[in-house]
Design a protein around this ligand. Structure first.
Ligand code: SF4
Length: 372
């Protein structure tokens, strides 16, 4: 398969779709028996794939079967869930523990990257920290979910590599606005293959809540081209997504979908991803005053606000909820999420706080409002 090429398979059976794609692309010819293959799914949190948040386990299983048939005997599924997240729990809940048990005798293993050694690599004068196993693997298969994102509009191949860095780095990336460090990270880590789970993602939000059956799997070798294609499917020009444009500028890949060869297997129910009503997301985002918030704090706050709205308590919560590293050291009246907001008059502690504690805090604050 060439870098200027994409393949898309339509349907609902993850195993069949991914096997068709891998076979039609002749990926086995790029591998040899001794190749150590690392699969990087998106298991940002412990939620099943039907939530629209995480990579379908049968996609990973299809890849593993293909690799085993090709004679590969060293396969690692590696992930580091979002800041403060429990990757092992995500492996269990998302169905990856079962895969490892089923294929473990073939040397298929799980790696919680949060336990891995870290290597520091200077890029443009900044030290970037990356988990060593990702750098040492012979062949990296990135398996993101096609999703919208509250802070970056979309998340796919380029951003999924954020699961290859320690939590301290994830915080730094958020403090620097995400786009630039994500693009630079992609100059360090080379993705050999990208397999996008477009079966059931949430085109509005990375934390799910409104998943959409999109019935497709996308395969490519150039993460910039893959993300550009996905951006267009979602109704954006690739240039509108800053980390895509930056990655292109840094030489990671091409945004030129017009010149790419796109092979389609099967017929889509629909080509473009239908524009979903984003008014709810905007309404909830308007409740958040975000200053360099990490995904865990921001996402869990959005999730808590969704639940408050569903229980009819959101209207009581009139003041903005302050979230993010930009509140460190700030002393003021207000409600804050996370240890960064300790200077506010009212806050829930933790780095990050649990989703439950955020919900309980906001629920109690909304009660105070209505009692007033
Ligand atoms: S408390 Fe601050 S540093 Fe910790 S996860 Fe939340 S925003 Fe990030």
């Amino acid at each position: 398969m060439q870098r200027a090429e994409l393949a898309v398979a339509y349907g609902q059976d993850p195993l069949r779709l991914v096997l068709e794609l891998l076979e039609s692309a002749g990926i086995a010819s790029e591998l040899s028996a001794g190749t150590h293959v690392l699969l990087k799914p998106n298991l940002v949190m412990a939620r099943e794939a039907s939530s629209g948040i995480t990579t379908h386990p049968q996609l990973a299983e299809g890849v593993i079967r293909y690799l085993l048939d090709a004679g590969i005997r060293r396969i690692t599924i590696a992930e580091s869930s979002w800041t403060g997240g429990d990757t092992r729990k995500a492996f269990r809940v998302c169905g990856y523990e079962s895969i490892a048990a089923k294929y473990g005798r073939f040397a298929v293993g799980l790696l919680d990257l949060k336990q891995d050694a870290v290597q520091t690599i200077p890029v443009q004068g900044t030290p970037f920290k990356v988990f060593r196993s990702v750098l040492e693997a012979d062949y990296l298969i990135n398996m993101p979910v096609l999703k919208g994102h509250g802070q970056t509009r979309l998340t796919c191949a380029l951003k999924n590599l954020k699961g290859c860095i320690p939590d301290s780095e994830k915080r730094r990336y958020h403090a620097q606005g995400l786009h630039e460090p994500i693009a630079l990270l992609n100059t360090i880590i080379r993705q050999d293959l990208v397999i996008v789970d477009g079966l059931c993602g949430d085109p509005v939000s990375e934390i799910g809540g409104d998943p959409l059956a999109m019935d497709r799997v996308i395969l490519g070798k150039d993460p910039v081209l893959v993300d550009s294609y996905v951006a267009e499917l979602m109704g954006y020009r690739p240039q509108m997504i800053e980390h895509i444009a930056l990655a292109h500028r840094y030489g990671v890949g091409s945004m030129d979908t017009g010149s790419a060869r796109i092979r389609e297997l099967g017929n889509p129910r629909f080509q473009k991803i239908p524009r979903k009503d984003r008014s709810r997301l905007r309404r909830l985002q308007a409740c958040i005053s975000d200053r360099q918030a990490c995904s865990a704090c921001y996402g869990s706050t959005l999730y808590a606000l969704q639940r408050l709205e569903e229980s009819g308590k959101l209207a009581n919560l009139r003041a903005s909820i302050c979230v993010g590293q930009g509140y460190r050291g700030v002393r003021m009246e207000g409600k804050g999420i996370g240890s960064c907001t300790r200077g506010l008059s009212s806050f829930v502690d933790g780095c990050p706080p649990t989703a439950r504690s955020i919900y309980e805090f906001l629920e109690s604050e909304s009660g105070k409002r209505s009692d007033a």
